[in-house]
Design a protein around this ligand. Structure first.
Ligand code: CAP
Ligand code: MG
Length: 421
């Protein structure tokens, strides 16, 4: 097909969906490649079939309106999308185009949706403000842990671990992304024992806590588990959004249960790690916020997972700003009052990195340490205490090493894992 989908003079309409692609052509010109991406992700196919006439292209065809090096901006008329249907939206702009012979590499870098699409999804039920209100923590960063080992504990051991972590001062305790309903740690038993432990700690400490229980499963079963959590005193569910799937995530959110939704991004590296291929974490973050996650893992910069400072800070902008301020090669996105999502920084972190992490990311973050709590020399409660002491130091603006002189658990954490000034 000739380049019928390129119009560099086109000015996108406010109602257009706009995508920023990074395109690496495969032995065709950039124009040809861009045209193919636009036609295949909107109305076209490889040859000029009868129905694809200029009138239809004008009405429903995607339009390439900017080509700068490998970065191509494409505007899509809103009419070709079904509002509120994330799988279908992605089957268009992130579907066949990723497997075309004429495209060597393709990455969906960023996108912006018009109000009608954004508002066709729920958005977060609680968001940052709602969660802070729920546990009565006004402005300090929240701290949490993930029960470790990921798998292998019994429900009783899991609940005891959680009790110690909350007792030591953590706000959240989370089941790991691959802990669901295994024979050695069944979901209902684990949940009932752990929520009992949470209520006990709340009484003992006077602090409100959050238990992030993993409901990732086949969709019907996932909703059943979420309702079990709601009916038995829980306040939060976790879904691995990429392995569960966008449609399942929507189903869970559409149930509108009085539960915080905590989105884990296990598997994101399949799409996000290659700078030339896949989909950016910014896109995943926007979609997750739009559907309605209250918390989203976005990386911790100074831990064990990939994801540098600039990228991680930028993702945080995507999930909390009313209109995300973009770097040159990205797009701006208004969010029409959609609540901001809480950034979760996790993965190989410990008390010694929290001050630097907050300096870079700000205070509106949830910092989660699994090994960084469970492997503390004095045990789980001490590991938890070291995290809370680090947050106290941050809020008092005292350097961690200084504060550690009078706080044993923090001192031992820094001794074992170091400290970023
Ligand atoms: C962290 C974690 C989280 C990762 C996910 C893990 O445990 O529980 O799943 O943080 O990465 O299983 O590795 P540790 P991200 O604290 O013991 O590393 O948050 O980047 O999505
Ligand atoms: Mg994990």
């Amino acid at each position: 097909m000739k380049a019928g989908f390129i119009d560099l003079s086109y000015k996108p309409k406010k109602t257009d969906v706009i995508c920023l692609f990074k395109i690496t052509p495969n032995k065709v010109s950039m124009h040809e490649a861009a045209n193919k991406v636009a036609l295949e992700s909107s109305i076209g196919t490889w040859d000029k079939v009868e129905g694809i006439n200029d009138k239809l292209i004008k009405k429903l065809g995607a339009k390439v309106f900017s080509i700068k090096g490998n970065f191509v901006k494409i505007a899509y008329p809103i009419e070709i999308f079904e509002p509120g249907n994330m799988p279908s939206i992605l089957s268009g702009i992130a579907g066949n185009v990723f497997g075309m012979k004429d495209i060597k590499y393709l990455r969906l870098e960023d996108l912006t949706f018009p109000k009608k699409i954004v508002k066709s999804f729920h958005g977060p039920k609680y968001g940052i403000k709602g969660i802070r209100k729920m546990i009565n923590v006004k402005d300090r960063p929240l701290v949490g842990t993930i029960v470790k080992p990921k798998l292998g504990l019994t429900p009783k051991q899991h609940a005891e671990y959680a009790y110690n972590a909350w007792k030591g001062g953590l706000d959240l305790v989370k089941s790991d992304e691959n802990l669901t309903n295994q024979s050695f740690n069944q979901f209902k038993k684990r949940f009932l024992l752990t929520i009992k432990a949470m209520k006990r700690v709340e009484k003992e400490t006077g602090e409100k806590k959050i238990y992030v229980e993993n409901v990732t499963a086949e969709t019907k079963e996932m909703v059943k588990r979420a309702k079990f959590i709601r009916d038995n005193g829980g306040n939060c569910v976790m879904i691995d959004i990429l392995t569960a799937g966008w449609g399942a995530f929507q189903t869970l959110r559409n149930e509108n249960l009085n539960l915080i939704i905590h989105a884990h991004r296990a598997g994101h590296g399949m799409f996000t790690e290659d700078p030339n291929q896949g989909m950016s974490m910014e896109v995943i973050a926007q979609l997750a916020r739009m559907i309605g996650t209250d918390n989203l893992h976005i990386g911790a910069i100074f831990g064990k997972m990939k994801g540098g400072e600039e990228e991680t800070v930028h993702i945080k902008q995507e999930i909390e700003s009313e209109s995300t301020k973009q770097t040159g090669k990205n797009l701006s996105q208004k969010w029409y009052g959609v609540k901001p999502t809480f950034a979760v920084c996790s993965g190989g972190i410990h008390a010694g990195v929290l001050q630097k992490l907050v300096r870079v990311m700000g205070k509106d973050i949830i910092m989660q340490a699994g090994g960084g709590v469970g492997a503390h020399p004095l045990g789980i409660q001490a590991g938890a205490r070291s995290m809370r002491q680090a947050v106290d130091a941050i809020m008092k603006e005292i350097p961690l090493k200084e504060y550690a002189k009078t706080h044993e658990e923090l001192r031992l954490a820094i001794e074992r894992w170091g400290c970023l000034d």
